[in-house]
Design a protein around this ligand. Structure first.
Ligand SMILES: C[S@@+](CC[C@H](N)C(=O)[O-])C[C@H]1O[C@@H](n2cnc3c(N)ncnc32)[C@H](O)[C@@H]1O
Length: 313
């Protein structure tokens, strides 16, 4: 089996050798990245967490009632710290549900298991560390399922990738199974852009931490002061993007791949896409599946939505 480190090294070599350099947002979450993301979630500018928290706190009971019909496996993709999820789960009958958080970060799984045991002691928690893209095939069981994909994590995919991903989930789900999909809605630049480029510079540190991680884990010699964070938002498309920008012509050597990478002044490394949605975009993504949009929940500002998509056959 290929090690995590080798996979990371292969990705970095591919991404930094491309004409349009890129690194995947999947690699943001080392220990430092997780701690920075927890700080981001508390920023005034980062409205996404508060809005989804409001939905799950105020409407969690109504959501749980929809599934109040026997045993249920609740699988969460990219569970993170579980603080919002707790607000939903506390409304379920713990005799009927098993909660399965999945996260690529081992530490996240250890922490969320401990926390859920503390918050909701009667809840059965079976955490799994791994890449959810690779684990989808394991979801094909007879058990009734609700898949949670919160925090607008779908928005880190292009629409084409999202369509493929939703199609794969559809393939392993049974008729009557559902996805609870948390999505950030399209809105104006003055609200969206600060969420990805805050005043305190935490989102910048979070983005640049990718280079720090390459230095630490793959023996890179990036000088972080010679790179900066850049966030953009195209309101018409509803797409925010984050980049790391090279402030000068420079070369960086990465020991693990034994290769030097060249960066021109102002050259960009694309690190994240954060798609914003409306219902037409989602209908296009689920087209060709038998998912039906059964319920929609929103916060009072209508910034964010949680949708229930149910497989009909
Ligand atoms: C932006 S956080 C969101 C956490 C939570 N869902 C929320 O809404 O607050 C993304 C989480 O997904 C995890 N993650 C990212 N890509 C993943 C992947 N391919 N497989 C499993 N976990 C992943 C990260 O480790 C991180 O904990």
């Amino acid at each position: 089996m290929i090690s995590e480190k080798t996979l990371f090294a292969q990705h970095v070599e591919k991404g930094l050798s491309d004409d349009k350099k890129f690194l995947s947002s999947m690699y943001f979450y080392d220990k430092k990245g997780e701690a920075l993301f927890r700080q981001i979630m508390k920023l005034d500018e980062y409205y996404l967490t508060d809005c989804e928290m409001e939905i799950l706190q105020s409407q969690g009971k109504n959501i749980a009632e929809i599934f109040d019909d026997g045993e249920l496996e609740i699988i969460e993709l990219g569970a993170g710290d579980g603080i919002k999820t707790k607000e939903l789960l506390r409304n379920f009958d713990f005799n009927q549900i098993t909660y399965r958080p999945i996260d690529i970060s081992q530490q996240a799984i250890i922490d969320i298991t401990d926390k859920m045991n503390e918050w909701l002691p009667a809840l059965k928690v079976k955490g799994i560390c791994g890449d959810y893209f690779k684990m989808i095939k394991d979801f094909k069981t007879d058990k009734r399922k609700l898949i949670l994909f919160l925090g607008s994590n779908l928005g880190n995919m292009t629409d084409e990738q999202a369509k493929g991903f939703i199609g794969q989930l559809h393939h392993v789900m049974n008729s009557g199974d559902s996805i609870l999909l948390g999505l950030d809605l399209i809105k104006s630049e003055n609200i969206v852009l600060p969420a990805y480029s805050d005043n305190k510079g935490i989102t910048a540190e979070f983005n640049l931490n990718l280079l720090h991680r390459i230095n630490k884990e793959l023996g890179g010699n990036f000088k972080l002061k010679d790179f900066s964070h850049l966030a953009t938002y195209n309101e018409k498309e509803g797409i925010a993007k984050s980049y790391i920008k090279s402030s000068k012509n420079q070369s960086v050597y990465i020991e693990e791949v034994d290769k030097e990478f060249h960066f021109k002044k102002d050259e960009l490394i694309h690190t994240e896409v954060s798609r914003k949605y409306d219902l037409d975009i989602i209908r296009n993504i689920i087209e060709g599946t038998s998912f039906q949009l059964k319920h929609q929940f929103t916060d009072h500002k209508h910034y964010f939505t949680d949708l229930i998509l149910t497989k009909s056959n």
